[in-house]
Design a protein around this ligand. Structure first.
Ligand code: GRF
Length: 186
């Protein structure tokens, strides 16, 4: 059996603070892809010699075609581990089959609690006293893959979605690079 390619591909949609944490931790980033044109996250690799690609859905026949093209592009850049760092689209099975058990995601809640795109708001609305951050494998579901690591964050009086999310992100920025380091060393 051949060993998987060692390069890390990072998928982004938004501001890219988790991408920044990976850069700061000297993770060997082989390529960065976004599902939208002009994602602010992409500017974080402008000064690095890292290939950047944008794969907006409207440029493809459907989601399968987009995800297949993105997988081809990542593989062409030596990616063997995919990190979803604020990537806001579900990956299709056609993509996941290309990187079996080698796609991870960071999520701002203690999964299986509060999956989905509004995890921080949902935790506040539920009145929990703690939520947190989770790094997990990606399967075909919404934040349902096997949990690799998680850490709690207390909800404090007066928290807004913004203040709570900021504290959760500080934890994400520690957990995600640590897990990625372990995965590429394994
Ligand atoms: C993070 O909180 C991540 O858990 C969630 O989206 C947010 C992305 O933040 N999936 P950033 O783009 O890394 O700043």
């Amino acid at each position: 059996m051949t060993a998987p390619s060692p390069g890390v591909g990072v998928l982004v949609s938004g501001s890219g603070t988790n991408l920044q944490a990976l850069i700061d931790a000297a993770i060997p980033i082989a390529a960065v892809a976004a599902n939208v044109d002009g994602a602010p996250a992409l500017s974080r690799v402008e000064t690095l010699a890292v290939p950047v690609g944008a794969f907006p859905l409207e440029r493809y026949a459907d989601r399968d075609a987009r995800d297949a093209a993105m997988a081809d592009w990542l593989e062409s850049h030596g990616v063997g581990l995919v990190v979803c760092a604020g990537y806001m689209h579900l990956l299709r099975p056609v993509f996941l089959a290309r990187f079996p058990d080698r796609v991870v995601n960071v999520h701002p809640a203690l999964l299986p609690s509060f999956p989905g795109a509004h995890a921080v708001e949902d935790a506040l609305a539920a009145g929990v006293t703690e939520t947190g951050a989770t790094v997990h494998l990606v399967d075909g579901g919404v934040d349902t893959g096997r949990v690799l690591r998680q850490e709690a964050v207390a909800v404090v009086a007066g928290d807004t979605p913004e203040t709570l999310h900021e504290r959760i992100k500080l934890v994400e920025h520690r957990l995600l690079p640590a897990v990625v380091k372990e995965l590429i060393a394994a």
